[in-house]
Write a protein that binds this ligand. Structure first.
Ligand code: TXA
Ligand code: MG
Length: 380
């Protein structure tokens, strides 16, 4: 559990630094001095890019925004630097990292035997939230690919990410900038909360626009395999690439019709510290179930993570309510999902009850993230 006064101090320090971005922005910590610089995306400061580039060239770590979530970057071709990402995030070495490039022309710097379909997809979706898995070039460090023969590559659609990669002159390896298995960060404050004292620099470019990570597509199989649903929807993908195989989901939904929770079946990820219970089914079923659980739990400590349309049914709830967005605008829900999850994950709440969303468009990614964040699943 976070100490509330520590968290307040952290927030105040963050605000101060945002307010005086060009003042010395050094916060002392037992481990490392993390600098935080605020960046104007309309007019990216060359001096800030130079500072970030210097960190990359020295083998250090820089967190920066992409259109999906904040990344934790290092020079992808520097093995020692890439290893530092794993240490900072406390990420197991078996989980490989995405290399970010500024243009498709740099793809051959990382991958070999690149199939035509990769260029076709890049043509449609790059820069953008699509990650392609390809056979790796020999010089790509094992640390990046977790010793595997393939490399994940993405070209982000964000002015600061683009400027940074170009300035660094090297592909940037970057996972999401959260502690391993914690909720992904969509603001610089989230990165600060997770990694202050563990990395060199955070570039604050405001909240990310998509809010969930990129779609990961494996092009090394006979039929492309969707490894992770994300910012590019399956519908958009299949318009370009008619045959895509979906990976067997790592997360089992309980077939139990008595709506019992099914703990221990989940590929835990994206998880808040406060247990999150996820409710699926029709809107009426979800609302009934939420009411049933609210009758059994201390209401003041039970937070609801629901849609605008649910709100009229819970006006007498005395605990915290996080509205993620409207059922009619799943892109809006995606944008707010992780932020709301983090907001409700505070010392006051002992439980978060969250609704699920339809698997349409970006809804597939919403379902994936919510299921993996959940301690228990309730379905009908
Ligand atoms: O939107 C995103 O993809 C963000 C931003 C920062 O670009 N990055 C991100 O990275 O979400 P990360 O590390 O949190 O998730 C990358 C996923 C992981 O599940 C990892 O296992 C998978 O991609 N991955 C990376 N390299 C792979 C490879 N060679 N083969 C299969 N999966 C791979
Ligand atoms: Mg991640």
């Amino acid at each position: 559990m976070k100490n509330p006064s520590q968290s307040l101090i952290s927030r105040l320090a963050f605000r101060l630094i945002c307010f005086f971005p060009l003042q010395p922005t050094i916060i002392r910590s037992a481990m490392k001095q993390t600098r935080l610089l605020s960046v104007n995306l309309q007019d990216i400061d060359a001096e800030i890019l130079a500072q970030a580039t210097a960190v990359f060239h020295a083998g250090g770590l820089v967190s920066f925004p992409t259109e999906t979530v904040y990344g934790l970057g290092a020079d992808a071709l520097n093995e020692t630097a890439v290893r530092k990402i794993f240490t900072a995030k406390q990420r197991p070495a078996y989980d490989p990292i995405i290399a970010h490039i500024a243009t498709v022309d740099d793809l051959p710097r990382l991958a070999i035997n690149i199939p035509d379909v990769a260029y076709q997809l890049a043509d449609h979706f790059w820069p953008g939230p699509l990650t392609l898995i390809l056979p790796k070039a020999a010089h790509v460090p094992d640390a990046l690919t977790a010793g595997g023969a393939t490399v994940a590559v993405r070209c982000p659609n964000h002015p600061l990410a683009q400027a940074l990669i170009r300035a660094a002159g090297t592909p940037i390896g970057a996972p999401s900038a959260n502690r391993f298995s914690h909720t992904s960060p969509t603001t610089a404050q989230h990165v600060w909360d997770d990694l202050n004292g563990r990395i060199d620099l955070i570039l604050d470019g405001g909240a990310t626009t998509i809010g969930v990570e990129s779609t990961v597509l494996d092009l090394t199989q006979a039929v492309p395999v969707l490894l992770r649903p994300g910012g590019v929807t399956l519908e958009a993908l299949t318009a370009v690439l008619p045959i895509v195989r979906q990976r067997e989901t790592a997360v089992a939904i309980s077939p139990d019709t008595t709506a019992q929770p099914s703990p221990g079946m989940l590929d835990k990820h994206y998880a808040p510290k406060t247990p999150l219970w996820l409710f699926s089914g029709s809107d009426a079923h979800i609302r009934n179930e939420l009411h049933r659980i609210l009758n059994e739990q201390p209401p003041k400590q039970t937070a609801l993570m629901i849609a605008e349309e649910d709100l009229p049914y819970f006006t007498d709830h005395t605990g915290e309510i996080g509205i993620v967005g409207s059922l009619a605008d799943l892109d809006g829900v995606a944008k707010n999902l992780f932020r709301t999850m983090r907001q409700l994950d505070n010392d006051k709440n002992t439980l978060i009850l969250a609704r699920n969303y339809p698997a349409v468009g970006i809804g597939q990614a919403l379902q994936d993230r919510l299921r993996r964040a959940a301690a228990s699943l309730f379905t009908n």
